[in-house]
Design a protein around this ligand. Structure first.
Ligand code: DOR
Length: 434
């Protein structure tokens, strides 16, 4: 046995193969040495009463670096991710400059060396996310980019989106045979433009311009048609309406190559939250109706929606303190994702963990390193959660440089206790150690 071993003792191990009481021993090389009851190591972490799970994977994190380091850096976001149980995050490309070139993707990869979670850059589908010309996808795929998205906006032009899908479909030889994934922020600009919240009874009452559900649903419908036409993998980001969930369900039943994610705020909050004109509740896509929230939850429960993704979107208080209509959209979410899923979804813990780990890991094509299973020889990227721990959300207490959480003061159940990255603890007893 290795000379410096780490034991995670007394917990219940949960992965895609099921759950069992076992201790986990990790070797010096960052790999799991053994998984069985009654083990000990040179160092140990207590996991009694806890679940030992594969590290969580966030398909949707805004790291803000390069360009907006006043709101977040790769280092601060990674620390927040680790505190939220994530061992891997997919970085969104709406940085300044945009992640649409080898130079910027390489810069993000270099800045991410040694931070508290593994960072997988996505890249833009179109140059500068302007929706006019394709980014150099082959060159970016050669650097390891697996997910392409113009997140923050959708690709408006059908023909360009079709070309992007066809091109991505021809590049799998650059990604070990795994399909590249085009991920879409579904929003038809001409319908959404000017809207600051969901268009419905609350926008009427508050006198604020709205974005109709159809702004999202028309693009979901179009992209399902384009997935059928091209046969290329397509991933729907932050689904927020009942109509979108129903269309994705039908597309999957028809055998089309689509997947989807939903955010914690879309399965917990509805548009009535905007009544106080608090810009912490302003987000794109907007918080929708109670019926939409129920449909997103049902989609997560029946597998229509494959994964929970945070859409962690830090903004400085200077920006968020502007009036609701003028403040930028977005909310932080890395440190509250697990606890919200655990408290609010009403699903078995095994399913909650799957939505946060092995299912997003498979979409990102990183299931060799993240998302389990927890077996001898696997990379020790793990998270230990206490599903019964109670805590109150405080933006100021989080690792993020920004504090824009809509859950401030909420008492929730379930907390990440330890996170282990490549065999090394990065969070111990709720505290970041990297
Ligand atoms: O609310 C949002 N904020 N939605 C997005 O798509 C982008 C994000 C951001 O970057 O702030």
């Amino acid at each position: 046995m290795s000379s410096d071993t780490l034991a995670i003792r007394g917990g219940t191990v949960v992965d895609a193969t099921g759950s069992r009481r076992a201790d986990v021993i990790v070797g010096e090389d960052g790999r799991i040495l053994a998984v069985e009851p009654g083990l000990d190591g040179d160092r140990s972490l207590d996991a009694s009463g806890c679940i030992v799970a594969p590290g969580f994977v966030d398909l949707h994190t805004h790291l803000r670096q390069p360009g907006h380091e006043e709101a977040e850096t790769i280092e601060s976001a990674a620390r927040g991710a680790a505190l939220g149980g994530f061992t891997a995050v997919v970085a969104m490309p709406n940085t300044t400059p945009t992640m649409d070139s080898a130079a910027v993707v390489r810069e993000v990869q270099e800045l991410a060396v040694g931070v508290a979670c593994e960072v997988f850059p996505s890249a833009a589908i179109t140059v500068d996310r302007r929706g006019e010309a394709l980014a150099p996808m082959a060159e970016l795929a050669r650097l390891g980019v697996r997910i392409f998205t113009d997140d923050g906006s959708g690709v408006q032009n059908e023909r360009l989106m079709r070309t992007a899908l066809e091109y991505a479909g021809s590049l799998s030889h650059l990604s070990d045979g795994q399909p590249l994934v085009l991920a879409q922020h579904c929003e038809v600009d001409s319908l959404a433009k000017g809207g600051v919240m969901h268009e419905g009874e609350w926008s009427s009452l508050l006198g604020m311009p709205g974005q109709p559900a159809e702004a999202e649903e028309l693009m979901v419908m179009r992209d399902i048609a384009l997935a059928r036409l091209t046969g290329t993998r397509l991933h729907f980001q932050h689904l927020s309406t009942a109509g979108s969930v129903a269309m994705v369900r039908a597309a999957k039943q028809a055998g089309l190559p689509v997947s989807a994610e939903a955010t914690p705020h879309h399965f917990t909050l509805d548009h009535s939250s905007c009544a106080g004109f608090d810009s912490a509740f302003k987000v794109h896509p907007p918080l929708r109706t109670v019926e939409d929230v129920a449909a997103v939850k049902a989609g997560l429960a029946d597998g229509t929606i494959d994964a929970i993704a945070t859409d962690h979107a830090p903004h400085t208080s200077q920006d968020k303190d502007r009036p609701f209509g003028e403040a930028p959209p977005g909310m932080i979410g890395l440190e509250t994702a697990f606890t919200l899923a655990n408290s609010e979804l009403g699903l078995p813990i095994e399913q909650v963990i799957g939505l946060l780990s092995w299912r997003p890991a498979a979409i990102a094509g990183i299931h060799g390193r993240h998302g389990g299973p927890i077996v001898e020889g696997a990379a020790a990227n793990l998270t230990v959660v206490d599903p019964d721990a109670e805590w109150s959300v405080s933006g100021a207490a989080m690792a993020s440089r920004s504090t824009n959480t809509p859950f401030e003061g909420r008492k929730l159940r379930g907390r990440v206790r330890h996170t282990i990255l490549d065999g090394e603890p990065v969070v111990i007893d709720n505290l970041a150690v990297r």
